[in-house]
Structure formats: structure tokens, C-alpha cells
Write a protein that binds this ligand. Structure first.
Ligand code: FAD
Length: 445
């Protein structure tokens, strides 16, 4: 391992992974620091093992590049399947992947790009001087020229004095969810009562279960929550789908935990305990209410409760709900997104508009480069992922893993150019970033 890197990426979620691979492929010495023992961020450690459809606008892929390559690697390993959304027979709903294969392919792509990965390493602080950075990683100092903050919580930006806000513009964040994997489910028994709970995917040539796509099952959840027979606040069953390669086992996104600030350890600890309670309640309900689920048990718990939202930085541009709803295009586009506004709230079903128009078929909007660049603070720091400069409602759309990976890719290319040209990040030529992204297969228009 080098002791003086061109680019240090902190956080190995989809954004940090995209940034590290992109910077490595630009020929820079890159270190990726990840606090847990796996890459993938919420997709692995919070067991949110699917790609929401931010990338296929009904006609063409509007996100490709590193995300497209990872997706094809998963297809090649038969570790992903495509679910069909309810009432949209021929439209991609979500793509569900095996979280272990996902992390493994991320690791391989990092290694192939020459990235040094440090697992189980938490970055707690950093000093930024004369366009150099010294980060504190597990008590040791690590030096670098540029830094990508892909922590999801804008940890480094916050430490470095970049203004941040929790629940920006809305005054509250989306609730957290404790996802888990459970089974075995008798799919034949489930399908005998609910035929539409079983789908087929040609790639893996196998039938799998999608109970959360069945309206009658969601109605059961609503009735039981209303009657007090299911002690959860939110009356909805979100993504509950078989895991590729282990069809009798499912991951589920069932329950909401509302707190004010997930960066406060005490609040997070309380949320985790409440999430676990909701997991036990969910398992009881599955066993009692769904055919084929009588014997299910939890087989895998997340490393921590899934946090949808925390800090947003103040950047050179702040993406707003009107930009999403207005399908806005920007000259400094570095990624596109077609996932709708998706504001989860404590005790009602998800809101796909939140007061503005939703996106229709073939609609998408641009993410501008300026939203990744802090408006003030160290000139060699760029932010990637869900914590870029945006209002709470706008981030509810692009926060999903395909788009944050594309944002990360752009942050990595920017950090690499800043090193190559010895420039502060805000002075990097955006047209060069765009050219290199296009050369690497990104779709920007
Ligand atoms: C409950 C839930 C359901 C979701 N459902 C979906 C879905 O169905 N489909 C979809 O596409 N998206 C979904 N999402 C959204 C998506 O998973 C996240 O928004 C996305 O993972 C954010 O990526 P990120 O890289 O910005 O941050 P994260 O995924 O949060 O990754 C940040 C990484 O940084 C690491 N880290 C943090 N601080 C430090 C530090 N100080 N030092 C070192 N490492 C650090 C963390 O360990 C983590 O690995 C869901 C999210 C949640 C929480």
C-alpha cells in the first residue's frame, strides 16, 4: 500500500465504489476506506439488495458506465433477476441481486482498477491544507491529494466545515428500515394461493417469489395494521423478493423507524433496537398470515439499520424537487436519473409526488456536477452519493443505488483530473469530466 495517495475515497457504498474504480481507471493511486468488512453500502450491509429502476426509462438505458458493467457482471454470474412491477407487465420493476456476489464483483472491479481497499477502517477526521489532506483512519494518518466523501452522511465534509443540513428543506428525514433475510418459504404453497406472487426470469431460468407485488397481500398488511394485529407504523410491505440463487429465501423491507438524526449515536441505537422489534413482529406476521411462510426464520440480519437520508451538503448548486419534476437538463450534467420522487414517511405509504408532478414513462432529469462540489470548505474535497447538495424531496429520487453509483463515477473522474492538472476541484474543467465519462460509457444525454 502506498502512504501518499492521489485520491482517497471514504465509504465503499455504490457511490464510493463508482468513484474509486473511476479514479483508478484514470491511472491515479487510489485508496478506498470502508468501515465495514464489505463493499456495497446499504445494498449489502443494510440488506437492501436491489437496484431501483433509475436507469431504464422504458426505452433505453440512461445510466450505464460502471453501473452497467457491474450489472452485466451480475447477469453473467446469474446473481440478479428482473422483477415485473405490478400493473406494468413489460416494464422493469426492480432488479434483485445476491448481496454477496454484488460485494464480490465490486471488490474485483476495484482490484482490477488498481484500487487499494481497506476494510474495517473508519475515517474519523481529517485536515485539509495546501490542497493536501491528512485523514485519520483508525487512529493512523493517511495522506492524499484529493478526497471523495462517499460516507452517505457527509462525515468528512461536515468535519471540514462544509455547511450541511439534515432533512434539507423539509425539516425531517425519511424513516429508517431494518431489512433482513428470512426463509425457507414454500413457493409452491405461496403460488397456489397467490399465483401472481410467483415470477419467472429467463436469465436464471427459475421461478421466484415476489409477495410484495401482490395487491391482496399488501391489503392484508393494511387491514392488520389498522386493526392492531400487526404492530408496525407503516401499513405497507415494500420489496420482499426471493434472493437469486436461494429462491426459498427472501429479503424484506417491512417497517419504518422515525428519528430526527441518524448521525446521533444514541438515536441510531434506539432505532436499531426498534428495527429489531419490528423484524420479530414481521416474522410473526409472515408465519401466521401467508401460506408457505409457516416455518420461516430470520437467517441474516443487517450490519446496521438502513438509513435512507441524513446530511445534505451545501454545494455550488442545490438540486430541487422542481428540477426533478421539470425533467431539468443542465449544461454540467454528469449523470441522469429516471426514478420517481419516493418520500417514505413514518406512518403512511410512500409519496411519489410530494406536491410536484411525478416522472412518466421516458422521463428523466440531469444531475449537475455543481451539486457534488461544496460551496465552501477545502478545495480538494468532493462529495458523492446520497449526501450531495439537494433538497430532501429531490434526493428521495436520485438516492437509489444506480444513480448514486453514476454520481460517484463522476466524482472519481473529477478527483483524478484535479490531481492530473494540479487544480482545485471547483476549477476542474467540467467539459473534460463529461468527455471522460462518455469515453468510459456513461450516458449523459
Ligand atoms: C431501507 C432502505 C431501502 C432502500 N431501498 C432501495 C432499493 O430498493 N433500491 C435502490 O436502488 N436503493 C435503495 N435504497 C437506497 C440506496 O441503498 C442508498 O441510497 C445508497 O446505498 C446510497 O449510497 P451511498 O454510497 O451514498 O451511501 P451508503 O450506501 O450508505 O454507503 C456509505 C458507505 O460508507 C461507509 N462509511 C460511512 N462512514 C464512514 C467512515 N467514517 N469511514 C469509513 N467508511 C464509512 C459505510 O459503511 C457505507 O458502506 C434504500 C436504502 C435504504 C436505507
Amino acid at each position: 500500500m502506498a502512504d501518499n495517495y492521489d485520491v482517497i475515497v471514504v465509504g465503499g457504498g455504490p457511490a464510493g465504489f463508482g468513484a474509486a474504480v473511476a479514479a483508478g481507471r484514470q491511472g491515479r493511486d487510489v485508496l478506498l476506506v470502508e468501515a465495514t468488512e464489505q463493499l456495497g453500502g446499504a445494498g449489502t450491509t443494510a440488506l437492501v439488495n436491489n437496484f431501483c429502476n433509475a436507469y431504464w426509462d422504458g426505452e433505453r438505458f440512461i445510466i450505464d458506465g460502471i453501473f452497467g458493467e457491474l450489472r452485466h457482471r451480475l447477469i453473467g454470474r446469474k446473481a440478479i433477476w428482473t422483477t415485473r412491477g405490478p400493473n406494468t407487465a413489460d416494464k422493469v420493476g426492480q432488479e434483485v441481486y445476491d448481496p454477496d456476489v454484488y460485494a464480490d464483483e465490486m471488490e474485483r472491479m476495484c482490484r482490477q482498477a488498481g484500487v487499494d481497499v481497506r476494510y474495517g477502517a473508519r475515517c474519523t477526521d481529517g485536515t485539509f491544507e495546501d490542497e493536501r489532506a491528512a485523514l485519520v483512519v483508525d487512529g493512523e494518518s493517511v495522506a492524499g491529494r484529493t478526497v471523495v466523501d462517499a460516507t452517505g452522511d457527509a462525515v468528512l465534509a461536515h468535519h471540514a466545515g462544509v455547511p450541511t443540513e439534515i432533512g434539507r428543506g423539509r425539516g425531517e428525514i425519511q424513516p429508517l428500515t431494518y431489512c433482513y433475510m428470512f426463509g425457507p418459504v414454500d413457493l409452491a404453497s405461496l403460488g397456489a394461493t397467490y399465483p401472481t406472487a410467483i415470477q419467472y426470469d429467463e436469465n436464471v431460468d427459475v421461478e421466484y417469489g415476489v409477495p410484495s407485488y401482490v395487491e391482496e397481500i399488501c391489503e392484508l398488511v393494511r387491514e392488520d395494521v389498522a386493526a392492531g394485529a400487526l404492530d408496525l407504523s407503516v401499513p405497507t410491505l415494500y420489496a420482499t423478493v426471493s434472493v437469486p440463487g436461494r429462491e426459498a429465501y427472501m429479503t424484506t423491507n417491512f417497517g419504518h423507524v422515525q428519528i430526527d438524526d441518524p448521525t446521533d449515536p444514541e438515536q441510531l441505537e434506539w432505532a436499531t433496537a426498534e428495527g429489531k422489534r419490528q423484524m420479530h413482529e414481521g416474522i410473526r406476521w409472515f408465519r401466521e398470515r401467508l401460506p408457505g411462510f409457516e416455518e420461516v426464520e430470520v437467517v441474516c440480519e443487517p450490519d446496521g439499520i438502513g438509513v435512507r437520508e441524513s446530511r445534505q451538503i451545501e454545494g455550488l448548486y442545490t438540486l430541487e424537487a422542481a428540477d426533478v419534476a421539470g425533467r431539468r437538463q443542465f449544461d454540467d450534467v454528469i449523470a441522469q436519473c429516471c426514478f420517481n420522487i419516493d418520500v417514505h414517511q413514518a406512518d403512511v405509504d410512500v409519496d411519489h409526488s410530494y406536491g410536484v408532478d411525478g416522472l412518466g414513462e421516458h422521463d428523466h432529469y440531469d444531475i449537475p456536477w455543481r451539486a457534488l462540489v461544496p460551496a465552501s470548505g477545502p478545495p480538494n474535497l468532493i462529495v458523492a452519493g446520497r449526501s450531495i447538495s439537494a433538497t430532501s424531496v429531490a434526493m428521495s429520487s436520485f438516492r437509489v443505488s444506480p444513480s448514486v453509483m453514476a454520481i460517484g463515477e463522476a466524482a472519481g473522474v473529477t478527483a483524478a483530473i484535479a490531481c492530473e492538472c494540479d487544480q482545485p476541484i471547483p476549477e476542474v474543467d467540467v467539459a473534460s469530466v463529461q468527455d471522460r465519462l462518455r469515453q468510459a460509457g456513461a450516458v449523459l444525454s
